[in-house]
Design a protein around this ligand. Sequence first.
Ligand code: ADP
Length: 488
Amino acid sequence: MNLLFVASEAHPYSKTGGLADVVGALARSLSKQGHRVGVFTPFYKSVRQKHPEIEPIEWFFDVPLGSGRGKGRLWAYDESPGLTFYFLEEREGAFERDGFYQEKGIDYQDNARRFIFFSKCAAHFARYAGWKPDLIHAHDWQAGLVPLFISDQKRQGVWDDAPPTLFTIHNLAYQGNFPTYDYELTNLSWDYFSVEGGVEFFGSMSCMKSGIVYSDAITTVSPNYAKEILDREMGCGMDGALRARRHVLTGILNGVDYSEWNTESNPFLKSSFSAFDLFGKNSAKRQLQSELGLPEESDIPLFATITRIVDQKGVDLLIETLKTILQRGADLQFCLLGSGAMDLERALEDLQDAYPDQVAARIGFDLGLSHRIEAGSDFYLMPSRFEPCGLNQLYSLRYGSIPIVHGIGGLQDSVIGPSENLADCNGFKFNEFIPSALAEQIENAMAVYTKPHLMKHLRENGMKADFSWNRSSAEYLDLYLKLLQRPH
Ligand code: ADP
């Protein structure tokens, strides 16, 4: 099968969160199984600077953007015989900036223009690429207009055999909603700009809604989140549009690329370990404590979090809870790696100043440290308000850092708490999103920490679990095949 992915991030080239990991890993997993995969993604400044292997190719774009034109060129890298990454350069430098979507917490003013251009070029490439993709898989709002551009060309009778489109929602909270006047940049008929037409969303133009309405099928990144987003509470205003298309909506739990996220042959880790030999895990803990400036104590449980510091991730709840239990004298260590909301970054630094022997806050983005934290910590805290899938709890399971999570979304699908089935249990869950509920699970974890046989049991269950892409990519393949067989 020939597959074209359209996504605004792809690991290892560009990454702000899980989208990048998923796009890179799924593309690699499918290409290893003999499929031809092209990944269409922006040529950001940092990608250009860090990847000299990417070369320009003889493919130019000149597309209408409202009353003006958008011009660009493709760069490409053949990573393996079945896998090519196509990087879109925009001539005026729309992707040649320090951030991908924003700087210092402020979105770029021309994001509509940037990603309308991106989606137009992707649809154009899908139509004219010599290798004729059988299916287009668009990811998140940045690629949400691709299904519409393709469907419009079919409607106009200029591309009758256009391939089917699949739209994956990695996070419904980010919707790409822009003022009405930006719609002109699409050069599409205003017929689409109505509630029934699919693009209009409370008076704005919505790239996410366009993906939901115009794709042939929709997936999201866990079965539980696929159910949750049909409800008003979790539907971010899109629940109506999603309910109307629930017959084509499924949830496929993300996988983990274990060739990157592993504890035995990992360039970021000094000690290796496995479910069968946990000796190296103790060394990883000491090394992490030393790297973070925490006392090198093996008897104190080390809790960790790696996260974008945004409302979704519940960092506010985490800080409040930690403050309370540290005030009560809890004998634990905590470290966090992340960046985002400045007030919460400051609150974390204040917590570190108040408890320098117990708390280490590292503000920033650091891939190597993220591996070392997973390896060196005993417990991983993930109190997200909502979580489409979540990857860090899956990495934690493999790294023997027992997850403590809010039982929602993909966290509910991947973490098994003691109240469910003690034999299969691999972590801790709390249901009510309140500090006392999280505190209770932290305290339960601390009690388990004093019982080595229980720690071993939980750890082993987590480390042996298989969340590899083989399983997830098989589910995507099934869906691709169904779409190819269906008249669309
Ligand atoms: P989301 O996509 O909502 O950010 P996920 O759990 O799905 O959440 O994926 C987050 C990914 O981003 C993980 O690979 C995580 O390790 C990584 N990550 C987040 N913040 C940082 C950071 N500050 N430094 C390094 N990696 C980070």
